[in-house]
Design a protein. Structure first.
Length: 115
């Protein structure tokens, strides 16, 4: 049985994942909100990985308020950039896999060159 961390538990995507996995007992799913795990703090992410022996992360944590992101750029950057970097680095350190989910709201995905 694998220990799988799903961040952003109070968000729409993680709630949908939780509903789908609710019937599954094949793995140990750990859903966290920002109050339970501040993914913007690398020390807390690292400690959480050590404590729970995380093998896979499904990162659903995001600052999704587009208008709010224009006003509160610091928070948007912390959650949508720094936290992703923290999770990726800690996954590397612990030899854990990471699935990061996003949308095409900002980048439609139809360009033939990098964004």
């Amino acid at each position: 049985m694998k220990n799988i961390l799903i961040t952003g538990a109070s968000g729409q995507l993680a709630m949908e994942i939780h509903q789908e996995l609710n019937q599954s007992v094949t793995n140990n799913y750990i859903f966290t909100t920002r109050n339970e795990l501040d993914v913007t703090n690398i020390d807390k992410v690292n400690a959480f990985f050590k404590k729970h022996k995380i093998e896979l992360v499904i990162n659903c944590a995001a600052y999704t308020n587009v208008n709010g992101s224009e006003i509160d750029k610091e928070t948007a950057n912390a959650v949508n950039h720094l936290a992703v970097k923290n999770i990726a680095n800690v996954c590397t350190d612990h030899n854990s896999a990471c699935i990061h989910l996003s949308t095409d709201y900002v980048f439609a995905g139809d360009k033939n060159t990098p964004y």
